[in-house]
Design a protein around this ligand. Structure first.
Ligand code: BGC
Length: 708
């Protein structure tokens, strides 16, 4: 990538040029609407590419067909609906029609302007009869008016004088992806369209979910230099909502909308930017990631952040633990309002989680491993429902939100019920049994984050997170005078939580059996057999010591203070050797922990892979959408890793900058106040607001920011 303006990413500087890859990276979104940068003219499926648009939470469903069914299996697929390529237009000049004949369209430039939140493009077009002109476009999904996607077209440099008629052939059918890759697994979906005065309602046949779409200014006869600004207004309708008046947002001129967009991005960057001295390519890569994080987050409390944001069909638009463990730290520390909205979604789907616990004959609530509407939609329970740690991950995020923002009211009204209900689940699912000659609270038959070890006993990460879940439940029960009768049982389970340790080797046990298994034959596994999940039966994978992603190391990132440095190093070295990083959620965590154990060179290497993962298509599936969790992970590598951020009755920070990074500057919000951090050479400095309730003290290795 070129080292020019680090707020601009242009197609020509990227290593790959296939349409599907560019469509993902240059997708624009606002948390509600996402539009892949599909070809503006070649809207026909035959032309290749995989254009389309998404509305967060708009999905269709169908029953999961199991060859062999068992009680309690998830019932329905949920698949985000790929809507037509909104940007696509049909042009006619005299008798020539772009939908009927092949017009040559050559991109001149395509640039994502991260500073302003807009996509700028231009194309040179030649018709079969030799008419030539330039098509210039500017488009964005409005962050301030979440229902709007705006696209402005201009015709320039024509060699003819007739007007060009421009229309939006929205009825174009979206392409359906057929694939063997379980990470995509897209399903066909069917939409019914009903026209009203100036809008249409599109209803998904099975889920019966509807959206209203209004196309404002969809057609025009354009003379050279003229522009057409088309605005798409889209709204997901609540169940049984009156279809008569779906839209209440006022519209405004293009210039006003554009200005709002720029202002909103100004605020975003003021709060979220990370400045990195010494490596312009990296600087750009990080800004690109932060930009996509802002684009993907649902902000209405009813939707969340899909694993691919709103940029592709990968993982069917589902929400996972990715939100809580990889994305929420970024939002909690830089934009707590968005964090609150994402957490509100969990509060909203608590009834479904309670019902799921019942289906599993348990008390309390069990959140779905993957879902859009709150119901479990994972058809493969060993790597789905069995990842019960999602309960404790959600609780961890509520707790972090409270610690960092001080927003107790939200915890009282929304968070506490989630914390109590999940605590109840743990007490009914876990077992107080004799283990290693002592009474211990064990959680058996679960899958930890490492999806290459399924249905294990006492996954270390899970047990650690559950222990925290229970202690937080006790704290809240005492604070709010609730569940007094449960406190002693929660206390006992948390205090007696089992953690496996291999005394002989001095290694933390990922689970009861992991260290007793044969190590995966890494030396004889050729590079093309990775990711293993696409080449080996699960049974072959599960019986080996091999990790798809950070598991014990992730627990140690979250609870670094509970371990000696020596232990952290030993566990890191051990688990690193058996980890494939087949999941994009892995490297960032290994980067953070390498920073914390003092291996800054390794931290840098892992970090570089995470920072540029999608721009360089490291996982080779950017076509299906961005890797949102990894993008959040690159923030973690920088802030939790290089800057050592760790919550401990306040914020502890340290300087673990690798040699290649000369200076790192960013802002965190703590208790509602901005804290500016600057790392340079061996120093770490912080600047607090002028009138502040915070105090920063120097510690051995860094600084500690607390309330006065
Ligand atoms: C990972 C999961 C993750 C999911 C969605 C899988 O490959 O193993 O941890 O939640 O992708 O990103």
């Amino acid at each position: 990538m070129a080292k020019n303006d680090s707020f601009k990413v242009s197609a020509e500087e990227l290593s790959h040029q296939t349409p599907e890859y560019l469509e993902t990276l240059f997708a624009v979104g606002n948390g509600q609407i996402g539009v892949r940068s599909g070809h503006p003219l070649k809207v026909n499926e035959l032309y290749g590419g995989n254009p389309g648009s998404f509305v967060n939470g708009f999905f269709d469903s169908e029953p999961i067909q199991y060859g062999e069914w068992a009680y309690g299996y998830a019932k329905e697929h949920q698949t985000i609906i790929k809507l037509p390529n909104l940007r696509g237009v049909r042009l006619q000049i005299g008798d020539e029609d772009s939908s009927a004949s092949e017009w040559q369209v050559k991109p001149i430039q395509m640039t994502l302007d991260l500073e302003k939140g807009v996509l700028d493009e231009s194309y040179k077009v030649v018709t079969p009869l030799g008419k030539t002109f330039e098509l210039v476009m500017q488009s964005f999904a409005s962050v301030t008016r979440s229902e709007l996607y705006v696209c402005q077209y201009q015709i320039k440099n024509t060699n003819f004088s007739e007007p060009i008629s421009m229309t939006h052939p929205l009825e174009q059918k979206a392409a359906i992806v057929q694939t063997d890759d379980p990470r995509v697994a897209s399903k066909a979906h069917h939409l019914r369209k009903a026209d009203y005065q100036d809008y249409a309602i599109w209803t998904a046949e099975n889920s019966q979910r509807s959206i209203a779409i209004r196309v404002i200014n969809g057609e025009k006869q354009l003379q050279a230099e003229e522009t057409l600004t088309t605005v798409f207004q889209m709204k997901l309708l609540e169940d049984n909502q009156n279809h008569e008046t779906p839209f209440n947002q006022e519209l405004a001129d293009f210039e006003v909308l554009l200005q709002e967009q720029q202002q909103s991005y100004q605020q975003f960057w003021a709060a979220s930017d990370i400045q990195i001295e010494g490596d312009p390519v990296l600087q750009k890569g990080i800004r690109f990631n932060l930009f996509h994080l802002n684009q993907g987050a649902g902000r209405d409390g009813r939707t969340n952040f899909a694993a691919k944001g709103l940029t592709g069909e990968g993982y069917e638009g589902h929400y996972f633990w990715d939100t809580e463990m990889y994305l929420l730290p970024f939002f909690i520390f830089t934009n707590p309002e968005i964090a609150k909205a994402l957490l509100s979604y969990r509060g909203k789907i608590l009834p479904q989680a309670k019902q799921r616990a019942q289906e599993l004959s348990q008390e309390g609530a069990l959140f779905a491993w993957r879902t859009i509407d709150g119901n479990e939609t994972s058809a493969y329970y060993p790597a789905g429902t069995a990842q019960v740690h999602i309960n404790a991950d959600i609780v961890y995020a509520f707790q972090l939100y409270e610690r960092v923002t001080g927003d107790q009211a939200f915890i009282e009204t929304v968070g506490s019920e989630v914390v109590f209900e999940t605590a109840k689940f743990w007490l009914s699912y876990g077992d107080l049994v004799e283990k290693d000659g002592k009474l211990a609270f064990c959680i058996n038959g679960v899958t930890g984050p490492d999806e290459y070890s399924a249905l294990v006993n006492n996954n270390f990460y899970t047990n650690k997170m559950v222990q925290n879940n229970l202690y937080y439940a006790i704290e809240l029960a005492q604070r709010f005078g609730k569940y007094q009768e449960s406190i002693s049982a929660w206390q006992q389970a948390a205090d007696l939580m089992y953690f496996g340790y291999d005394e002989q080797r001095g290694i933390t046990k990922q689970d009861d059996g992991f260290l007793e298994q044969a190590v995966w034959p890494f030396e004889t596994t050729p590079a093309e057999k990775y990711p293993l999940l696409l080449h080996y039966h699960p049974m072959v994978i599960y019986k080996h010591q091999v990790c798809k992603q950070a598991d014990t190391v992730l627990a140690q990132m979250l609870y670094t203070g509970d371990f000696s440095l020596e232990q952290l190093k030993k566990d890191y070295d051990y688990y690193e050797q058996v980890t494939t990083h087949d999941s994009s959620l892995s490297r960032s965590i290994f980067s953070v922990m390498a920073s914390r154990i003092g291996d800054s060179e390794k931290a840098y290497r892992y970090f570089m892979d995470t920072a540029l993962m999608d721009l360089t298509d490291l996982q080779k599936n950017v076509v299906d959408g961005i890797h949102a969790a990894n993008m959040g992970g690159s923030w973690l590598s920088l802030i939790y890793g290089f800057a050592g951020l760790y919550y401990d009755q306040g914020l502890r920070l340290a300087n673990h900058l690798p040699q290649k990074i000369k200076e790192l500057k960013f802002t965190l919000f703590y208790q509602g106040e901005p804290v500016k951090i600057n790392l340079k050479d061996q120093r770490i400095d912080c600047q607090l607001a002028e009138e502040t309730r915070l105090i920063a003290t120097k510690t051995d290795g860094g600084i500690w920011i607390k309330e006065r």
